[in-house]
Design a protein around this ligand. Sequence first.
Ligand SMILES: [Zn+2]
Length: 164
Amino acid sequence: MGREEREAGSRKQGGSGAGGPASPCAACKLLRRRCAQGCIFAPYFPADEPQKFATVHKVFGASNVSKLLQELPMGHRSDAVSSLVYEAMARVRDPVYGCVAAISSLQRHIQLLQSQLAFAQAELVRLHLHHAAASHAVTDTAADADGKMMLSLDVLLDHALWSC
Ligand SMILES: [Zn+2]
């Protein structure tokens, strides 16, 4: 880092003074090239967020990112950059799985929630049946009602059948 900072300092061409050329985007600054008007990186990698481009460059390479952006319509480039930054940061954090770690963890979570949902729905159906059977049984004798509420669904269904 120290060497880069020294080199960047020795090449400083102004730009900080009022009326000077606009400061280069984070990409051009890192690549040490002039940030020409219409620079493909400039709208998505502002100078005040240097880490975004540094990470994307490290993982995907500047020229691949540039090619990818050029092939996309303007309206999709911002989202593409957001996803590239997310993927790159995940890859730096976890060199083995990258953002796949998050994806598979979320997929496991979805599976768990789906099985819990299926269980809850089955339980709901069971309780509806139980309630229907119990209320049917209660029409016989009010005195038996409390005891019947505690009985299993099978017993209640049997009773309901007999009382019909
Ligand atoms: Zn630039």
